[in-house]
Design a protein around this ligand. Structure first.
Ligand SMILES: *[C@@H]1O[C@H](CO)[C@@H](O)[C@H](O)[C@H]1NC(C)=O
Ligand SMILES: *[C@@H]1O[C@H](CO)[C@@H](O)[C@H](O)[C@H]1NC(C)=O
Length: 148
């Protein structure tokens, strides 16, 4: 039994078991790992294009108008990687929209409430993170990086 748990831990840790992306309309119990609800919200009054992918899942291109959001959920340990690409007119940037650092900016790591929330807000000056979707402007939004 102990060996099985150790195997499971390393399998999950290295994502040998795919870090399953689940639909936001269902609420599965993520076995031994957290469920993350990710939101990328466009707060620029122009369309931007967002592309999100992990090693296992490609969520494709999505055009976000002002106020539009790219939402997805997954069951994963905190060091899973999701990469984001963003196009705004002639501007382009790519960075990890979910990784161990982002995980620290998501809401509670409670063992009871196993669903965690992470929000990105895209503003004309750059990208902000929060564990809540507070109305802009708000202290809860931390500036993370500018557009290039
Ligand atoms: C995604 O959108 C960008 C920007 O519009 C475009 O350059 C890229 O080719 C698109 N990728 C796919 C797979 O459609
Ligand atoms: C975030 O908050 C705004 C303003 O209250 C709301 O219009 C929008 O639907 C929310 N988006 C998400 C993904 O929660």
């Amino acid at each position: 039994m102990r060996n099985v748990l150790v195997f499971l831990f390393f399998a999950l840790a290295t994502c040998q078991i795919p870090c399953t992306v689940v639909s936001s309309s269902v609420d599965p119990n993520c076995f031994l790992v957290w469920r993350f609800n990710m939101y990328i919200i466009n707060d620029i009054p122009e369309d931007i294009v967002v592309h999100v992918n992990s090693k296992d899942d490609d969520l494709g291109n999505r055009t976000l108008p002002l106020g539009g959001s790219r939402d997805w959920s997954f069951c994963a340990p905190g060091w899973t990687l999701f990469r984001g690409e963003f196009w705004w007119g002639s501007k382009y940037i790519s960075f990890n929209v979910f990784d161990g650092y982002v995980d620290d900016n998501c809401d509670t790591k409670s063992l009871v409430h196993r669903t965690r929330h992470c929000y990105w807000l895209i503003r004309p000056d750059g990208f902000y993170m929060s564990s809540k979707n507070n109305t802009w402007p708000s202290e809860s939004w931390h500036f993370e990086k500018p557009w290039p």
